[in-house]
Design a protein around this ligand. Structure first.
Ligand SMILES: [Zn+2]
Length: 245
């Protein structure tokens, strides 16, 4: 038996990390350890990002099911991941928007002002309302599974992270296509992204809730229709409000 140098907790000899504060029990006093410590901190953070971000486009519902199974440390926490991705996404949108305005598209003053404000400041906030509504819709569609609200909310967080991550990829790729003057590829790529996103959501629902292809399909269609109606309706309300001012 010995004590943790950090928090003085009594430790068993077999422990490599202190169970109370998490610090290593064997401290290396060499100069080289400073460097390996830095590299470790840096690269575990890096691999954590890759491990959390790649499933957002490649493995439907993977992060959600991992979290629910209790495997959490090796991934970025769900809410943090969502905020991190949506921040980059909305920054990119407002950056690509300002590029369009500078290109001299100021024909219709009101429309431009509205859509700029919509994408720059309203849409990000709108999603903080829409996301819980998305979770609520799923909880209604899968109410027979009696899971409580948390898994559905988690699913909604991860799905919106995927949605925004694909949005980031689309903005970057379409910027490159634009620079190369391959504007036709933009349309094709947008279509492919839309199709893939639909497949990704369908597959996520199926992996997460384990129902048959047919049942999953009708729930998928119901979910997409209702969610689109919510999105269009809330955009319309914002449009009405801004006409009044
Ligand atoms: Zn300790």
């Amino acid at each position: 038996m010995k004590n943790c140098p950090n928090c003085t907790e009594t430790l068993s000899k077999t422990f490599t990390f202190c169970p109370t504060c998490g610090q290593e029990t064997q401290l290396d006093h060499s100069v080289a350890s400073l460097l390996t410590q830095f590299l470790n901190d840096y690269f575990t953070f890096d691999s954590k990002i890759i491990r959390s971000v790649l499933p957002l486009i490649l493995k439907p519902a993977f992060l959600t099911t991992e979290y629910l199974k209790g495997r959490r440390v090796q991934y970025i926490a769900p809410l943090r991941l969502f905020i991190f991705i949506s921040l980059i996404f909305f920054l990119l949108i407002s950056w690509s928007n300002s590029g369009n305005v500078n290109a001299g598209e100021q024909v219709n003053g009101f429309n431009n002002a509205f859509w700029n404000r919509f994408f720059d400041s309203w849409l990000p906030k709108l999603f903080f309302v829409l996301l819980p509504l998305f979770a609520l819709l799923i909880s209604m569609l899968y109410r027979r599974q009696k899971r409580g609200m948390m898994p559905h909310f988690l699913f909604a967080l991860h799905f919106h992270s995927s949605l925004f991550f694909m949005g980031i990829i689309y903005i970057v790729v379409s910027y490159v296509f634009g620079k190369l003057q391959w504007l036709i590829f933009n349309q094709v790529f947008l279509g492919l992204c839309g199709l893939y996103l639909a497949y990704y959501l369908w597959k996520s629902l199926r992996r997460m809730y384990g129902e048959s292809r047919l049942k999953t399909s009708w729930k998928f269609i119901t979910l997409c229709s209702l969610y689109t109606i919510l999105l269009v309706a809330s955009t319309f309300v914002l449009l009405l409000f801004s006409y009044n001012y």
